[in-house]
Design a protein around this ligand. Sequence first.
Ligand code: TYD
Ligand code: MG
Length: 481
Amino acid sequence: MSAQKKKATVFRCSSCGHEEAKWLGRCPSCGEWNTLREAAASVSAARAAGTAERYSLPLSAVDPAEGSRFSSGMAEVDRVLGGGVMKGSSVLVGGEPGIGKSTLLLQVAARAEVSGRVLYVSGEESAPQIRLRADRLGLSREGLEILCSGDLELVLDSLQKLKPRAVVIDSLQTLRSEEAGSVPGTVNQVKYCALALSEWAKESGSAVFLVAHVTKEGAIAGPKAAEHMVDAVLYFEQTDGELRFLRATKNRFGSTDEVGLFTMTETGLAEVADPSRLFLTRRDGGLPPGAAVAPLWEGSRCLLAEIQALTVPAKASLTRVYSDRVDAGRVARIAAVLERHAGLRFSDQDIYVNVAGGMRIAEPGADLAVAAALYSARSGLALPDRTAVAGELSLAGEVRPVRRMRARVRACGALGYSEVLGPPPEAGEAEPGWSGAATVLEAIRRLFGPRTASKTPRPVPEGEDARPPSAARAAGKGGTE
Ligand code: TYD
Ligand code: MG
């Protein structure tokens, strides 16, 4: 885009495309507030000048290199973004205060593999504080500029002058524009600033990272307010343990199922390149009753996770499921399938389910492992050593196929799990170490012995539930027998 063309400016509504000669707080066409942005070389100007490429151009004439990516300098960030940072894109990074957003983005600012300047804008810390942090993390870079300001107009001005190839704004909530009211952090301000910066990114071909704190309900707007204005939304979150997850909830240029894994060290965020055994518990003997290992897909990686279950006689007249790592409704459904199809009663039990390492599991392929952990917890029988479990369960008690089962079996093999019990392999699908079970009953018998389960409800093993059935019925928790 030439400099002359840039001079012909109008104010264009980002919502409906309406154009005005001067700035207005509200678009007269669609009625949206604060959507009018100064735009270079407008559509009408292009129309007047007869430059038809403003409307369309042959696909073959598009230079593919123009939309290419660069590495953020951190493989885990690249992975979540779908293979690097897209030039001209805007990326929102949300997370609770203290999770490590500033650390992560200072590392990205210093390491991004892009030639030219990088600008780190902070409205939260002073320049000496940032310098101290950078020194402590051993970060430096030719062309890394710091701007400590919360003034959007000043930031945009600096962007025009410096023309950085990558920009970090820390944070969106400390940024304000004269044109969107006087208080920073309001929904209006957050939206306005996010839009202005993502438009700058598009026009300049540079990448913009916007930090946004997740806030408790209140006067300050959270990242949700800006999600529509950006190309990608990443959330940084922590488990019970030391592990931090970076997940995409929106990604215009890639999938949203990749997860970046980090740990916080004295020298900043360290990447976890091979997380396959991260969610396993190290122990000398075999698994204790109530634990089952499942191979699960997280994006393009197969992780082994240990699912732990505990059942205790219900204390209240209503039984409850306590599970926040696996959806509680799903645990209840699996317990019901076991009760109905493997004959072990859960309806008078409180059920606790957890995942070692605090990973959250949404993958349907974990069903059978949850069932195995529940059965093991309820019966007091441990799963066989070096055996992992994968498969989806239908309400009819069938073990359903899961995607990429052979790769799961191989991933388990690599970590010393010589057998994986799952759905029966289809013709030509067999893999050494893969054993199949068509139903949950068959799976339970394979894992715990042929006489352990039956179709019809049977008394639980000795010592598991001291109360006679009549007492359970009297308490209003009677089964269906
Ligand atoms: P920070 O990046 O400031 O979090 P956010 O910007 O999301 O609020 O860092 C959060 C915490 O990480 C802070 O409490 C200190 C800690 N930390 C380390 O443990 N090691 C380090 O090298 C750095 C920079 C921070
Ligand atoms: Mg911060």
